[in-house]
Design a protein around this ligand. Structure first.
Ligand SMILES: [Fe+2]
Ligand SMILES: [Fe+2]
Length: 185
């Protein structure tokens, strides 16, 4: 390994004293901060829209006595809320401002707010939204690459949960769609 592989410690110490108002964002930060903050705010909007859609589906499914499906919707709603909180906290760490404004929320979001006409339609719309989220998180992760490992790790953990959600929904569709409670092959 070459001797100058790492920046010499005197330089690191000296520049750590500059721009201290940036907190964790040091001169060594390699991410494209403006783009990353915009992407994180789009992801935040996506998560909020997902919370709203799952909440709507939870209450509607409860109304038609589909209790196990309703509970799945509620669990997903709570987990999407957790993602929104993680993302908002990271935006602030990076020196940005989380956009919680209802104005333009649906436009900032990658996934759509679809109310759904019946139980199967609701599950299908949720599955579509999860698949949109999976693809957009995948793109964000590839864009960030190794420029911001902490944001990347957060997004990777969120992506893993969206994949679980999509799998849950597919299983629900297979169970309910077959009409007899058995899985279709
Ligand atoms: Fe999520
Ligand atoms: Fe999800």
């Amino acid at each position: 390994m070459p001797k100058d592989f790492l920046t010499d410690i005197q330089t690191i110490r000296k520049r750590a004293r500059k721009h201290m108002e940036k907190g964790p964002v040091t001169p060594g930060y390699r991410g494209q901060l403006d783009v990353i903050l915009r992407l994180l705010n789009e992801a935040l909007a996506t998560e909020i829209v997902c919370v709203l859609r799952y909440k709507r589906h939870f209450y509607m499914a409860s109304g038609i006595h589909a209790q196990s499906v309703a509970e799945e919707f509620l669990q997903h709603a709570n987990e999407e809320q957790g993602h929104a909180d993680q993302i908002a906290a990271r935006i602030v760490q990076l020196g940005g401002q989380p956009n919680f404004s209802p104005k333009g929320l649906a436009e900032r979001s990658h996934s759509e707010y679809v109310e759904g006409t019946d139980l199967i339609d609701m599950i299908q719309e949720d599955l579509v939204a999860e698949r949109v989220a999976i693809d957009s998180y995948g793109e964000m992760i590839r864009f960030i690459g190794d420029t911001d490992p902490t944001t990347r790790r957060m997004l990777e953990s969120i992506l893993a949960m969206e994949e679980e959600h999509a799998d849950d929904l597919r299983n629900l569709l297979e169970t309910i769609g077959s009409g007899d409670g058995k899985k279709r092959r």
